[in-house]
Write a protein that binds this ligand. Sequence first.
Ligand code: PLP
Length: 440
Amino acid sequence: ESLTESLDELARELDRAHVFHSWSAQAQPSSLVVASGLGCRVWDHAGREYLDFSSQLVNVNIGHQHPAVVQAIREQAELLTTIAPATVNLARGEAAKRIVSHAPSGFHKVFFTNGGADANENAIRMARLHTGRDKILSTYRSYHGNTGAAVVATGDWRRIPNEFARGHVHFFGPYLYRSEFWAETPEQESERALRHLEHVILAEGPSSIAAILLETIPGTAGILTPPPGYLAGVRELADRHGILLILDEVMCGFGRTGRWFAFDGYDVRPDLITFAKGVNSGYVPVGGVLISDPIAATFDERVFPGGLTYSGHPLAMASIVAALDAMESEGIVANARDVGDTVIGPALDDLAERHAVIGEVRGVGVFWALELVADRETREPLAPSAMGRIKSALVGRGLLPFVMDNRIHVVPPCIVTADEVAEAMAIYDEVLSTALEGEG
Ligand code: PLP
């Protein structure tokens, strides 16, 4: 056995012995070792190569090991690795200025957090203090993070064992493929989902509601691109009742949809924007809240009762500056849009024509979902056992997939090339042909 193979085995042994993993039963260890990466690819110690069509947790927008970002972190580390949040620091101001430059008019301030969950946590806090109201409305099909209010705002199964925060109410957002509203067209889905939300607002008491919190495009829940008019309709309902709109751009922001913010693709303007992931592609943990002027002004004279030791950490700040500058100068957001429109979208449609197991293809930019079904007529989700086989077969053929419930999310870095997409498509194609053999 070679030295590199034994490093992979050592990594697995240490992991099994001592590492406690997220969202999982600990007796079922993962065996995938990753030791290094570059661009859209990662390798284990022995040199086994994987094409990363997950962007890890849909966060490595700029690709692995972008040299300018690595260099910026190295330079900042040599200058000043850490400093308290109350201190003025140039890297922090430069990072905030760049984030603000991509926001709509009327946004000038950024509060930095350690990640996406605490970004939502603090946006919720700001909304409650600004409005003097309590309730937060969010959708059943959503993920907002693992902490106190964020996990209870979350719509999926992860909320249920964690319901210790109060003041959260859920509603159904639009999802035409599995409509809660018997809708047959995007227009019906939009109109009826808005009517449902209006009824929830009225039933809860509009004057008790601080904010509606939405992922602009729900990500983990299925890349549920909203139908025409929906987000504008939510904005209108919020305005009518003095309710704030928080858009969670943690997964869909910073290039993922082929735009700087996903909401740039829709006719809507939020009051608070939460971000993390793509802002620096996760090279150093960071997130934050972009705050519109009236909400920022609430805290001009009044103390904001929130803070973090690592708010605006210099290594994170330097990585944001370098990542956003590289995304701008290398046209990385435009690449996500072009590759999505001209390569990924058509290739997935083509895949769906050849594989009856694909019930729906939806998405934009480098943010796509294949919804797999046992039967196209009934739309019955493909069984977990079959999804498990598909996932292992993809990894076995050297592709890191993002698999969630009965879906494959096709979410490569924003720098992905047409050749890499073609390579991935050949793997999806082969796996969908072979992994389901013998399936009823
Ligand atoms: N919001 C959305 C939309 C997310 O997708 C995630 C993470 O997947 C989060 C919030 C939480 O971010 P973090 O894991 O950085 O706390």
